[in-house]
Design a protein around this ligand. Structure first.
Ligand SMILES: *[C@@H]1O[C@H](CO)[C@@H](O)[C@H](O)[C@H]1NC(C)=O
Ligand SMILES: *[C@@H]1O[C@H](CO)[C@@H](O)[C@H](O)[C@H]1NC(C)=O
Length: 245
């Protein structure tokens, strides 16, 4: 009875202004990570486009990156909600108080308790960095898998490009075709096989997306201190986080 009364009184004593990463702070930090990931994602797409050209459509070097646009568009549409959820309710949430008392440094500027405040995001920055990386990798990986609509659009574009010849090949093809129009029936299995090869090749290339993102981030998919050095942005991100009350 005494204990519960004490807790009730402490609870009532919580000041009206609760410092927490809410509203603008949540939106701002989520968008900042998504924005910062633009460059590494672009590097990944460049690499994938190069593989597609080298292995599947050497005659279409200039267009290869445009075939990947559906993945970037889908990522742009779906990345926000997942990132906000991964960072905030899933990990950084709640009050920092322990038995109704704020530990030193809490809620700001450097709070050694996992809670929903800027100070906690600062103290656990390497975890925050890993959550942002993991989420980005997870979503890009899903979009780059054969089950996604974006993937199907990419596949259609690459298969079509692989069967549409460059001007030089077209000339050769026309010469060949004028000699052998009546062998088209025999050619169909070849066309089908070629299409299946392109599809398999694309699948193998797209499978490398998560590894390529890890490479672009400088390695180490962990919460460790020196992990993901190129996807940390600590110098600009920490002051930005602390700009929220
Ligand atoms: C990362 O985000 C922070 C906060 O919005 C910004 O100041 C910084 O310029 C961004 N860095 C990159 C490389 O986009
Ligand atoms: C990585 O992200 C996915 C998708 O949000 C999540 O299900 C998974 O638990 C995360 N993994 C870690 C180790 O945080």
């Amino acid at each position: 009875m005494w204990i519960s009364l004490r807790f009730t009184l402490l609870f009532l004593a919580v000041p009206a202004t609760v410092f927490a990463c809410e509203g603008e702070c949540i939106v701002g930090i989520t968008k900042a990570f998504i924005g910062n990931y633009t460059n590494p994602i672009d590097a990944v797409m460049d690499d994938v486009a190069k593989q597609i050209v080298t292995q599947l459509v050497p005659q279409h070097a200039a267009e290869a990156k445009s075939y990947l646009q559906p993945i970037l568009t889908a990522y742009g549409k779906s990345s926000y909600d997942g990132m906000e959820t991964a960072i905030f309710p899933s990990y950084f949430h709640g009050k920092c108080q322990q038995n109704g008392v704020d530990p030193a440094g809490c809620p700001n500027p450097d709070c050694p308790v996992v809670c929903g405040t800027p100070g906690s995001l600062i103290h656990f920055y390497s975890t925050l960095r890993f959550i942002a990386y993991n989420q980005t990798s997870h979503v890009l990986g899903l979009l780059s898998s054969p089950g996604s609509d974006a993937y199907k659009q990419v596949e259609r574009a690459v298969v079509q490009a692989a069967s549409s010849p460059s001007p030089r090949m077209l000339l050769r093809y026309e010469r060949y075709n004028s000699e052998a129009t009546d062998t088209m029936g025999q050619n169909m299995p070849y066309v089908k096989k070629r299409e299946a090869n392109v599809k398999n090749g694309l699948q193998d290339i797209m499978k490398t997306v998560p590894q390529l993102l890890l490479k672009a981030c400088g390695g180490q998919a962990t919460e460790g201190d020196g992990a993901l050095p190129k996807c940390s942005w600590e110098d600009t991100m920490k002051p930005y986080i602390l700009s929220f009350p």
